[in-house]
Ligand binder design. Structure first.
Ligand code: ZN
Length: 493
């Protein structure tokens, strides 16, 4: 159109008058035409306002940041009067609220040749800024294996949502922790913590042998374990045990020890316990009448003499021993090797001391157990309380016998009282009375548990006559084991 106009113009200018009369008319017509054409051109030329937008006509503006219009300028494009391009004064209408997401329209207007000319720009206020996660670090913090990593803390802050710490998702991987958060406009951030947050796993160390053999009916005492982490913390109390040894039934048993940490990691160790057949535990014939001779407070000066008598008749008995006569400690070994049962009585036989507390009792018992172990190579399951379970010598410590009896049995011991007393502990010092007390006590009994003391010569001297009486009256003499009649008196304290 512009080109066409230019051509028209030049044609008009080149045109020349030819006749005199017609000349004036022609000139007038020409002048009018020229005026009209100029006016038209001027009018058309006046429409030529051009806007130049810096940046696109649709732009994105980040939420919360200051909005700066990239700029626009407008020029008139008329050339007719040699004006060339001319910058026009602009007015901008519309506002952008950067605190609110959405689409905004800016209108740029100019007035030119009595006309208003305008153009637009679209501004989209958007949130594309990801949240920021800040990890806290505690100086000098070193996690241990058992407790595991304890979160040092973190925060998440977003330009749009504010504090979104509670939206953080925390994922544990073997080598790192990953924290991810997404704001309400879908912008996401992930950070990770790569410090070593697990300690090396500890090892469970077995005390005693990993494989051991025990005779049936001997109470199996687990030798225990120990476990320390790399920082030297004792974790033994957190170790759990699986599997039990049925010490009455020969067979192979496995004990599993394990410890689980806060992450669910498990460290374990195993022990194999083989329970072997024990000839001493043949079932007792139903019609048998049994005498269990038991001797307390030894060994002593008369123990060897007693063992000789028992050997002569091949009679088995039971010795509840003490630590009071170390010179005769060897007798314990001899008695054991000759098939007698060894039980724990007391190390000191000092009532005030032994019954002062549970701890004192087991401390005393432990000493005599060690002596038995030294002499026999085995720990015993058989116990006789100093004074018997019905004693009142312990009444200064209310209820201690009740507590001790329960604890002993819980730990697999059996404690024994007696149902035939020889009277050798005060009632008499005469061998004949001891014989009479024992034989009359046993008479008619299916299972007699006889109390004597091998530290009293007059009592030891009675044993041969008692054996003769028993054998002549159809009794069998046996040593006690954990399955034997316990002849409990009934606890009085
Ligand atoms: Zn005693």
């Amino acid at each position: 159109m512009k080109k066409h106009e230019e051509n028209t113009e030049s044609e008009e200018i080149k045109e020349k008058p030819k006749k005199k009369h017609g000349l004036a008319v022609a000139l007038i017509i020409t002048a009018v035409c020229l005026i009209i054409a100029a006016a038209a051109l001027l009018f058309i030329d006046g429409r030529h306002v051009r806007f130049y937008l810096k940046d696109d006509s649709t732009i994105k503006q980040e939420y919360g940041e200051e909005f700066k219009d990239p700029g626009v300028w407008a020029v008139s494009n008329g050339r007719l009067f040699g004006e060339g391009k001319r910058h026009l004064k602009l007015e901008t209408a519309g506002e952008v609220d950067t605190e609110k997401l959405g689409q905004y329209t800016l209108q740029y207007k100019v007035r030119y040749m009595g006309r208003e000319v305008s153009t637009e720009r679209i501004v989209e206020v958007v949130d594309t800024t990801a949240p920021v996660i800040t990890l806290n670090y505690t100086e000098g913090y070193e996690p241990d294996w058992f407790t595991g990593y304890e979160e040092e803390g973190y925060t998440a802050e977003d330009n749009f949502d504010g504090d979104i710490t509670d939206k953080v998702e925390r994922v544990e991987y073997p080598d790192r922790l990953e924290y991810t958060v997404t704001d309400s406009n879908g912008n996401s951030t992930t950070v990770s913590r790569q410090s070593s947050f697990t300690d090396t796993a500890p090892q469970i160390e077995l005390l005693g042998d990993a494989e051991c053999e025990v005779k049936a009916h001997h109470h199996y005492k687990d030798p225990g374990i120990q476990v320390f982490d790399s920082k030297g913390n004792d974790l033994s109390e957190y170790v759990q045990t699986e599997g039990e040894v049925d010490y009455r039934t020969p067979g192979e048993y496995q004990i599993r020890y394990y410890i689980e940490n806060a992450q669910g990691e498990v460290v374990e160790a195993f022990r194999k316990v083989t329970v072997v057949h024990n000839d001493d535990f043949e079932p007792i014939p139903e019609n048998e009448k049994t005498i269990y001779l038991t001797f307390d407070d030894g060994p002593g000066p008369y123990t060897d003499q007693l063992l000789d008598v028992l050997k002569k008749y091949d009679v088995k008995a039971t010795f509840f021993v003490t630590c009071l006569n170390p010179d005769y400690a060897d007798c314990i070994g001899r008695a054991y090797r000759e098939g007698h049962s060894i039980g724990a009585h007391t190390a000191t036989h000092n009532y005030k001391q032994v019954y002062a507390s549970e701890e004192a009792y087991f401390d005393d018992l432990g000493k005599v157990e060690e002596l038995i172990y030294q002499q026999t190579g085995e720990y015993t399951d058989l116990v006789r309380f100093p004074g018997g379970s019905s004693n009142t010598v312990s009444s200064f410590n209310k209820g201690i016998m009740t507590r001790l009896a329960k604890q002993l049995q819980d730990e697999g011991y059996q404690y024994f009282d007696w149902n035939v007393s020889s009277g050798d502990a005060g009632e008499t010092t005469k061998t004949s009375v001891v014989v009479e007390n024992v034989t009359s006590g046993c008479r008619g009994m299916k299972a007699a548990v006889v109390l004597q003391h091998d530290v009293k010569d007059y009592s030891v001297n009675a044993v041969e006559q008692i054996i003769n009486w028993g054998l002549n009256n159809g009794y069998t003499f046996r040593a006690l084991n954990v399955e034997s009649p316990s002849a409990h008196h009934g606890i009085a304290n």
